[in-house]
Design a protein around this ligand. Structure first.
Ligand code: SF4
Length: 356
């Protein structure tokens, strides 16, 4: 069985090359070819000796996720359904798919990726939650979503790429594979993305936030807040019973922000649920003193039993936060903005045209 190289770090590839009796630096060359040059064919890695290229062709493989289906939105975004591998290395999860989305704009593309198939966190406003956890993705399956989206849109790539870990799954509950993928995304010898342009969104897994804080290389952090008190948050995000708002905000206060960095709080406004002026005042108190911004995301009605907030309620919410000196943005739910909170991908399916 050929060895799958996608998802391997540079030290992994050096070690693997050494195990073949080759110098370790050949591993670094293959690492650069896979992630920086986005090559998949050993025959075109012409800085490797011909005999090694042939051997790699027999003994290794670089497999991007297959595309089962594409959904095209009117604004140029493409959502991908990617079937999971079902071989024994990948474990269970046959028949399931994950999602990635490519969202173009003039100066950049934003790619939204999944870290788990399904999700064990039971947010009540999220269609992914209805799947439960199918399985964790491996590092190669996570980084592969970025590579496949770049490859499929290579004719129209802007100079800059943003990646948001806001698709299916809770990234901090698949910490090791997620961070292995993030290190490849941020490595100047690999995809070379800036840490300013990679954002991990969490439902508020406090031990995961604390662990992320210890990482030398890390993305920006977004927290899906969505409520202004525990009773409200318990009702729409049951994970709050385990990690209540006070513990979550305490972890945010301790989080070591880099000089250029702000925390992001995502707040999906559900009409009549969490969009009152009192909610806005409580949110302002919660985030007071934090270097943070709040993204308000008016709910887009779909299959779940929530309604969109009134436009006046959205504006009032925004005004109250701004008046309390909170940096606040309203992300209206079209194209890229619908993805601003994790697990929102499935919601847009009905608005996109399928093309295989
Ligand atoms: S919103 Fe995110 S964390 Fe919550 S259930 Fe959906 S995918 Fe999981």
């Amino acid at each position: 069985m050929p060895v799958e190289l996608l998802g391997k770090s540079q030290p992994d590839l050096r070690e693997w090359m050494a195990s073949l009796g080759e110098p370790g630096y050949r591993g670094a060359q293959v690492y650069h070819a896979i992630y920086a040059e986005r090559q998949r064919d050993f025959a075109s890695m012409t800085n490797l000796p011909a005999a090694l290229r042939e051997r790699l062709g027999r003994e290794a493989t670089i497999t991007l996720p297959a595309i089962e289906r594409r959904y095209h939105s009117a604004d140029g975004a493409v959502r991908y359904l990617l079937p999971l591998r079902t071989d024994s290395a990948a474990g269970a999860g046959g028949g399931a798919t994950v999602e990635a989305v490519f969202m173009p704009s003039e100066e950049r593309q934003t790619i939204c990726i999944s870290t788990q198939a399904g999700c064990p966190v039971d947010c009540k406003f999220c269609l992914t939650a209805t799947l439960g956890l199918v399985r964790n993705l491996g590092a190669g399956e996570i980084v592969g979503q970025v590579l496949v989206a770049l490859e499929d849109n290579r004719e129209r790539l802007a100079p800059r790429t943003n990646v948001v870990l806001m698709g299916q799954g809770e990234p901090l509950l698949n910490f090791d594979a997620t961070m292995a993928a993030v290190r490849i995304l941020l490595d100047p010898n690999a995809l070379a993305l800036s840490p300013r342009h990679v954002t991990l969104s969490t439902s508020g897994i406090v031990p995961g936030i604390e662990r992320l804080a210890q990482e030398k290389v890390r993305p920006k952090l977004a927290v899906s807040l969505n409520a202004s008190n525990d009773a409200e948050r318990d009702a729409i995000m049951p994970i709050n019973r385990k990690y209540p708002i006070a513990a979550l905000l305490e972890a945010c206060r301790r989080y070591p922000l880099r000089p250029w960095e702000r925390l992001t709080f995502e707040y999906v406004l559900l009409g009549g649920v969490n969009d009152s002026p009192e909610d806005a005042r409580r949110v302002a108190r919660l985030v007071a003193g934090l270097r943070a911004k709040v993204n308000l995301i008016p709910w887009n009605p779909g299959e779940l039993p929530y309604r969109a907030p009134e436009a006046a309620a959205v504006e009032e919410f925004r005004r109250i936060l701004a008046e309390k000196n909170v940096l606040v943005f309203v992300r209206y739910s079209r194209g890229q903005d619908i993805f601003a909170a994790c697990g929102q991908l499935a919601v847009i399916e009905s608005g996109m045209e399928a093309r295989a």
